[in-house]
Design a protein around this ligand. Sequence first.
Ligand SMILES: *[C@@H]1O[C@H](CO)[C@@H](O)[C@H](O)[C@H]1NC(C)=O
Ligand SMILES: *[C@@H]1O[C@H](CO)[C@@H](O)[C@H](O)[C@H]1NC(C)=O
Ligand SMILES: *[C@@H]1O[C@H](CO)[C@@H](O)[C@H](O)[C@H]1NC(C)=O
Ligand SMILES: *[C@@H]1O[C@H](CO)[C@@H](O)[C@H](O)[C@H]1NC(C)=O
Length: 147
Amino acid sequence: MFLCLAAIWVLASADVSAGQRLDCPAKCGDVDIQFPFGIGDNCSFHTGFTLSCNSTEGGAMKPYKSTLEVTNISLADGMAWVKAPTISSQCYVPSTRTVEVSNGWLNLKHTPFWISEVNNTIIVIGCNTLAYMTSFSVSISPISFMY
Ligand SMILES: *[C@@H]1O[C@H](CO)[C@@H](O)[C@H](O)[C@H]1NC(C)=O
Ligand SMILES: *[C@@H]1O[C@H](CO)[C@@H](O)[C@H](O)[C@H]1NC(C)=O
Ligand SMILES: *[C@@H]1O[C@H](CO)[C@@H](O)[C@H](O)[C@H]1NC(C)=O
Ligand SMILES: *[C@@H]1O[C@H](CO)[C@@H](O)[C@H](O)[C@H]1NC(C)=O
């Protein structure tokens, strides 16, 4: 089974009028950082929008929300894009006749974000495979494909 979930769209819930703060970086690497987001607490509207601009192993600078890499921010769409930190899978292992379960979680507790239920796409490729997304309180768009 090959499960590919490249990115998770996260929706900013706060509706804050734009206004870049003085002396705050407007960019981190290739990503535009617009208020209410900011690099460091003093540049953001609220700690929930505080990002850090870290150098990566390759030397490039990239913005992070704690450990999540932020790849784009669109205030017009009320969305930010982050890289999915983990991929869940449940694969049958013929040699041991067991199902190997790996659960990936994205914890957005105490943040002003939730996962967009309309802009995420889950893709599964394989035979007799099933893909679904779930959350603690609600199940989001269960999708099952036979390929
Ligand atoms: C943030 O602002 C406070 C108050 O102006 C200041 O004391 C502090 O040094 C600033 N922190 C950073 C990281 O610039
Ligand atoms: C980025 O840097 C901040 C501040 O040093 C740190 O707290 C955070 O864990 C770092 N994030 C990553 C993904 O390395
Ligand atoms: C960021 O998102 C906006 C709005 O969807 C889009 O126009 C822009 O091209 C994106 N930037 C990158 C670097 O993907
Ligand atoms: C998110 O999905 C909605 C509904 O399909 C669409 O109208 C909107 O353009 C999408 N936004 C982005 C940034 O892809």
